[in-house]
Ligand binder design. Structure first.
Ligand SMILES: Nc1nc2c(ncn2[C@@H]2O[C@H](COP(=O)(O)OP(=O)(O)O[C@H]3O[C@H](CO)[C@@H](O)[C@H](O)[C@@H]3O)[C@@H](O)[C@H]2O)c(=O)[nH]1
Length: 249
C-alpha cells in the first residue's frame, strides 16, 4: 500500500523513443503514482510528446526547462515542484528502462519504514546486465571509493532509482546542492545519512538502455572522483554531523 501521494520525477533529454512506453509501464506497475516529466528542451521533441501524453492522462505532468543543464539540476527543479504541491513521496527514475518499473511497488512499500529507499545493484539479489567491463569497474569502484571516503555503509551510492520521504528533501538544503551526474546521487544520499534519516537498500537489476544514448561522460566521472572529497569536507558534513553515523539498514 502506498503511504501518501507519490510522484515519480522522470528527467528526459532526447528520449523520444522511450517516453511513451516508459510512462505506460510506470502507470501500469504502480497505478497510484503520478509522474513529472522534466524535459530540458530536448531537440528530438520529447517535451512535445510528453505534453500530448499529459493532455490524455491526468497522472502525468510536464516541467519544461529552457536547456540542458544536467541530471542534477533537472531533479532539483522536479523536487521543488513536488514539495510545493505537497507530495509525500518523491522518486527518482531514469526514462530509458534501465530502471525497471516493476520495482516501484517495492520502493514505495519500503518507504513505510525508511526515509530514503535506494534501488541497489550491490546488495544480494541486485545486479547489472548488458554492461561492459569498463562501466562495471567504474560503477563498482566508484561506490567503493565513495563509501570508503565518506565512511558510510550504503552499498550503492551512485544509483539513481530512489524514493525520498518529503521530510528528507525538506531537511536537505536543496539550493546548496552543487553536484550533477553520479556525484549528485552520492551527495543527496550522504546528506540524508548525515541528517540522521533511515536509509534502506532494496535489490534492483539495472539493465543498460536499449534505445538512445547515455548522457554520462568522462567529465561526469571525473567530477564524481573529485567531488567526493568536497562532499566529505563540505559545510553540511560538519554542521549536520551526528555523534556516530546511523547505520544504513
Ligand atoms: N532533463 C534532463 N534529463 C537528463 C539530462 N541528462 C540525462 N537526462 C536523463 O536522465 C536519465 C539518465 O540519463 P543517462 O544519460 O542514461 O544516465 P546513465 O549514464 O545511465 O546514468 C544512470 O545511472 C547512474 C549510475 O550508474 C546514475 O548515477 C545516474 O543518476 C543515472 O541513473 C535519462 O532519462 C536521461 O534522459 C539532462 O541534462 N536534463
Amino acid at each position: 500500500m502506498t503511504p501518501g501521494r507519490a510522484l515519480v520525477c522522470l528527467p528526459t533529454y532526447e528520449e523520444r523513443d522511450n517516453l511513451e512506453p516508459i510512462l505506460r509501464a510506470i502507470l501500469e506497475a504502480a497505478p497510484s503514482v503520478e509522474v513529472l516529466v522534466i524535459d530540458d528542451n530536448s531537440p528530438d521533441g520529447t517535451g512535445r510528446l510528453a505534453d500530448a501524453f499529459a493532455a490524455r492522462e491526468p497522472r502525468v505532468h510536464v516541467l519544461h526547462r529552457a536547456g540542458k543543464e544536467g541530471l542534477g539540476r533537472a531533479y532539483l527543479a522536479g523536487f521543488a515542484w513536488a514539495l510545493e504541491r505537497g507530495y509525500d513521496l518523491v522518486l527518482e527514475m531514469d526514462a530509458d528502462f534501465s530502471h525497471d518499473p516493476r520495482y516501484l511497488p517495492a520502493l514505495l512499500a519500503r518507504a513505510a519504514d525508511a526515509d530514503l529507499v535506494l534501488g541497489s545493484r550491490y546488495v544480494p539479489g541486485g545486479g547489472t546486465v548488458n554492461w561492459g567491463l569498463g562501466r562495471k569497474l567504474i560503477s563498482r569502484g566508484g561506490s567503493l571509493y565513495a563509501r570508503t571516503i565518506l565512511g558510510v555503509r550504503v552499498r550503492d551510492l551512485t544509483g539513481g532509482f530512489k524514493c525520498f520521504r518529503r521530510e528528507v528533501l525538506e531537511a536537505i538544503d536543496l539550493p546548496s546542492v552543487e553536484c550533477s551526474g553520479y556525484a549528485f546521487q552520492i551527495e543527496l544520499t550522504y546528506r540524508a545519512i548525515r541528517r540522521g534519516f533511515r536509509v534502506a537498500e532494496i535489490p534492483i537489476v539495472f539493465a543498460d538502455r536499449r534505445v538512445g544514448q547515455s548522457k554520462m561522460s568522462r567529465r561526469i566521472v571525473l567530477e564524481a572522483i573529485r567531488k567526493v572529497w568536497a562532499i566529505r569536507f563540505s559545510a553540511f558534513a560538519r554542521s549536520e554531523a551526528r555523534p556516530g553515523l546511523p547505520p544504513a539498514v
